[in-house]
Design a protein around this ligand. Structure first.
Ligand code: HEC
Length: 270
C-alpha cells in the first residue's frame, strides 16, 4: 500500500513537472516574442545603421575616383546636390539616363558620370556596392519622417507601376508562389515575422521605407535591392538581376501604393 502511494506521489510529481515544463514552454514562446520587441526598443536608440549613415555622409562629400570629385553635385531627382526628400521620391524617371532608376542605381550612375568610377555594383556588399549601401543609408536617413511621394507624372513611371503590379502578382516556380502569395493579405505571419500587405497603403509605405535596414539576426545592412533579392529566394524564383527593370518596377509599385506614409529608414530588423 505504502509503495503504491509513493508511486502515485512520484507520478503526480512527474506529471506536474511535465505540465510545468509545458506551461513554461508556452510562456517562453510568447516571452521570446516580447523579448524581440523589447530588444528592438532597446537598440532603436543606437541602431548600428547610423554608422553606415555616417560613412555614407563622408563618402558623399569626399573627392574620389579618376576625376577626383565628390558626389555633392549628384542629382537624385530633386536637383544637383539635393539629398533631403530624394529617398521618398525614388524610383523616378531620369532624362539623362533615359530610364526609371532606384536609389542604388542612381548612386552608381553618379559615381560613374561624376567621379569616373567604373562601378562594380552587382554583388551585395562587395566592391563599390559597399559604398553604395553606405551612401543609400545616408540618403534614406535624410528623408526620415517625410511622406512617400514616388512620382507618376512621366509615362515611363506609369509603365513601371503597371510592370511592378504584374511582377507582384505573377505566380511561378516550384511552389507557384507570387509576391502576392505572402504579401497581399492582412495579419499573416511566418513564424515571428509579420508579412506586410503590400497592396495596402500603410503597410506598403512602411515596408517600402524600411530599407536600408540593419538586420540584427545576421549583423548586415540590407538595401532594398538585397531585400528584394532575398524575397525572390523565398519565392523559389531564380535570382533577379541586380538593378533589373523588374526590381525597379516592384519598388515603384510599393512606393506608389505607400503614398503619403512617413518614411522610417534606416530601420532595424530582426
Ligand atoms: C514565401 C513568402 C514570401 C514571398 C513569396 C515573398 N516574400 Fe517578401 N517577405 C517574406 C518574409 C518572411 C519577410 C520578412 C523577412 C524578415 O523579416 O526577414 C518579407 C519581407 C518583405 C519586405 C520587407 C517588409 C518590411 O516590413 O520591411 C518586402 C518589401 C518584401 N518582402 C517584398 C516582397 C516582394 C516584392 C516579393 C516578390 C518578389 C516578395 N516579398 C515575396 C516572405 C515572402
Amino acid at each position: 500500500m505504502k509503495r503504491i502511494l509513493r508511486l502515485a506521489l512520484l507520478a503526480s510529481a512527474a506529471f506536474s513537472a511535465v505540465s510545468m515544463q509545458a506551461a513554461y514552454a508556452l510562456e517562453t514562446k510568447s516571452e521570446s516574442e516580447k523579448g524581440i520587441d523589447r530588444y528592438r526598443e532597446l537598440i532603436a536608440d543606437g541602431n548600428p545603421a547610423e554608422l553606415f549613415e555616417m560613412e555614407g555622409q563622408e563618402l558623399w562629400s569626399k573627392k574620389a575616383g579618376p576625376k577626383n570629385v565628390s558626389l555633392e553635385q549628384c542629382d537624385l531627382g530633386l536637383g544637383p546636390g539635393v539629398v533631403k526628400g530624394a529617398y521618398v521620391s525614388l524610383p523616378r524617371y531620369f532624362q539623362d539616363a533615359g530610364k526609371v532608376m532606384d536609389l542604388e542605381m542612381r548612386l552608381a550612375h553618379c559615381m560613374r558620370t561624376l567621379q569616373g568610377i567604373d562601378v562594380k555594383d552587382s554583388k551585395y556588399n562587395k566592391d563599390d556596392h559597399k559604398n553604395i549601401i553606405a551612401l543609400a543609408t545616408f540618403v534614406a536617413a535624410s528623408s526620415k519622417g517625410m511622406p512617400v511621394a514616388v512620382p507618376q507624372g512621366h509615362s515611363e513611371e506609369k509603365r513601371l507601376y503597371e510592370v511592378g503590379k504584374r511582377v507582384f502578382f505573377y505566380r511561378a516556380g516550384p511552389y507557384d508562389f507570387a509576391c502576392a502569395t505572402c504579401h497581399a493579405q492582412d495579419n499573416v505571419r511566418i513564424r515571428l515575422q509579420g508579412l506586410p500587405n503590400l497592396t495596402r497603403n500603410e503597410p506598403a509605405g512602411k515596408a517600402f521605407t524600411s530599407w536600408p535596414a540593419y538586420r540584427v539576426g545576421n549583423g548586415q545592412l540590407w538595401p532594398m535591392q538585397k531585400r528584394l533579392n532575398d524575397c525572390y529566394r523565398q519565392q523559389r524564383f531564380p535570382e533577379p538581376v541586380y538593378g533589373s527593370e523588374a526590381t525597379v518596377a516592384l519598388q515603384v509599385y510599393m512606393g506608389v501604393n505607400g503614398k503619403g506614409v512617413s518614411s522610417l529608414a534606416p530601420a532595424l530588423k530582426r
